[in-house]
Design a protein around this ligand. Structure first.
Ligand code: F6P
Ligand code: MG
Length: 473
């Protein structure tokens, strides 16, 4: 079901695939070992501690196999139905070695294999080796969270009092709404710049710089494909045509912490502006690509916002303390908490995990592998795919010519699918499509752009694409 265009491989020294396999994955596994060792040290139940240590050994073996370029071994059965399909594909692909494997497959395999260690255990089912890191990074996003919470509350009050639209014509109102929609979407887009799997090269200070509103404005010119207007027009049309009907928007989530926070900002805005009546969020069923959202991350985020003062001022592991929030800052965050919890309780904000999102394949396979999900997404006005990995899966992480239309590269998810796709992606991998002719060449010539050797400009999250496909039947 996949496209014929070849995929990026971990053996290609000019691709971010090889940097990932050589440098990033060992660091990620080491981080997982450290986290688990820390938890095991606090465990009093002997049997549980022993089992924890044996998982640490398995993680160590995995790291050894990766660094010594062994073959990917079949996954141990953990009772979940996707294992057979991972193993079947592994065989079909000729049991590749770590440093000569398709990037997309091997990276998904890495996280799925780690999960088998926990899922097969007695005491460690559901343990998330990345949870600590996810929460502490969210905490370090405090300045951006407070800035956005204040901005959101101000907008909500304006909307409530109707003050925002005093004396404006219908056209002016629409223009103002489009601007606001654009702002909310850009917040949501750039929230993706800071996923934790790249943290191996970014400091917390770098992250904070990336998250503020000034950074966002400066980054507008870095959105090299921007179909936001087309997306706004369909939403607007649906609002008029189905005024009293259901209008659902889906968000296929990417990272937790700050990115989930901005996804919820967008969801809350769409619901309160009447651009959607329901928002369905799609998290991952298991810990994935370090920072991806699991259902527990969603509840942890909401819980942290019940008492923002306690959350933001609790000393961290090193004993470092933090200044208190002002009364207004506390209220701003609690306002968001209140609104999101109400939407959630009223069934307007729904969290719906599906095992398809952690399978190894691209989304070209969705109609065959997860037909009921494919049908379900047709019910949505707009399906927003967040982040780099979702983008790679939409286009099969293939070596497309960068001028290939997005609608071609997403295959069965594209024209005639009945699914409206909008991808928000800051570029953190080689693949990119939908560029005007000459754009890739131009970006390669920038300092650090990679020249004729590689597409390095697309590895760092500095550039973004917002791509839309109408999916009309
Ligand atoms: O490129 C680095 C990387 O870890 C990729 O392996 C992966 O596609 C991506 O980042 C994860 O980023 P995101 O969280 O945006 O999907
Ligand atoms: Mg991610």
């Amino acid at each position: 079901f996949d496209p014929k265009t070849p995929q990026f491989l971990t053996s290609d020294p000019s691709s971010f695939a090889s940097v990932s396999a050589d440098d990033r994955w060992p660091v990620i596994i080491t981080g997982a070992i450290d986290d688990l060792a820390r938890t095991v040290n606090t465990v009093t139940d002997e049997e549980k501690a022993r089992e924890g240590k044996s998982i640490i050994e398995k993680l160590g073996t995995l790291k050894y196999e990766l660094q010594h370029d062994r073959q990917l071994s079949p996954l141990d059965d953990d009772g979940e139905s996707d294992i057979a399909s991972y193993n079947e594909e592994l065989k079909q692909r000729g049991n590749p070695k770590w440093h000569d494997a398709p990037w997309l497959y091997s990276e998904c395999y890495l996280y799925r294999r780690m999960e088998t260690f926990f899922f097969r255990s007695k005491h460690w089912k559901g343990y998330d080796v990345f949870a600590r890191q996810k929460m502490s990074t969210f905490k370090s996003s405090r300045p951006a969270v407070l800035e956005l919470a204040a901005r959101y509350r101000e907008l909500a009050h304006e909307a409530e009092s109707g003050k925002g639209h005093d004396g404006m014509s219908a056209e002016q109102i629409e223009e103002a709404e489009k601007l606001l929609f654009t702002e909310m979407c850009e917040i949501c887009l750039w929230g993706n710049a800071t996923d934790l799997s790249l943290l191996t090269s970014l400091t917390y200070e770098d992250i904070q710089k990336l998250q503020g509103s000034q950074a966002r404005q400066a980054s507008q010119k870095n959105i090299i494909v921007n179909d936001l207007e087309a997306a706004f027009n369909v939403m607007q049309k649906a609002r008029v045509e189905k005024k009293d009907g259901d209008r659902r928007v889906d968000i296929v989530l990417d990272n937790s912490g700050f990115e989930l926070f901005v996804d919820l900002i967008l969801a809350g805005y769409l619901l309160s502006a009447g651009l959607a009546t329901t928002v369905v969020l799609h998290p991952k069923r298991l810990p994935w690509f370090v920072s991806d959202v699991t259902p527990r991350d969603f509840s942890d985020l909401l819980n942290s916002m019940v008492d923002p003062q306690a959350f933001y001022t609790a000393p961290d592991d090193t004993g470092k303390t933090y200044p208190a929030l002002s009364a207004k800052e506390v209220e701003d965050v609690q306002f968001l908490f209140q609104q999101w919890s109400e939407f959630h309780q009223d069934g307007k904000l729904i969290v719906r995990p599906h095992s398809f999102w952690t399978t190894q394949g691209c989304y070209w396979r969705m109609p065959h592998v997860a037909p009921e999900l494919f049908e379900d997404l047709k019910e949505s006005e707009l399906v927003l795919f967040k982040g780099d990995l979702n983008y790679r899966k939409l286009v099969n992480d293939a070596q497309w010519d960068p001028t290939t239309p997005f609608t071609t590269a997403i295959g069965p998810m594209g024209p005639k699918s009945g699914i409206r796709v909008l991808a928000f992606r800051t570029c953190k991998a080689d693949v990119v499509v939908g560029l005007p002719a000459g754009e890739d060449e131009k970006l390669r010539q920038l300092p650090g752009g990679g020249g004729s050797e590689s597409r390095k400009w697309a590895w760092t999250g500095k550039w973004a694409v917002v791509s839309f496909s109408d999916g009309k039947v």
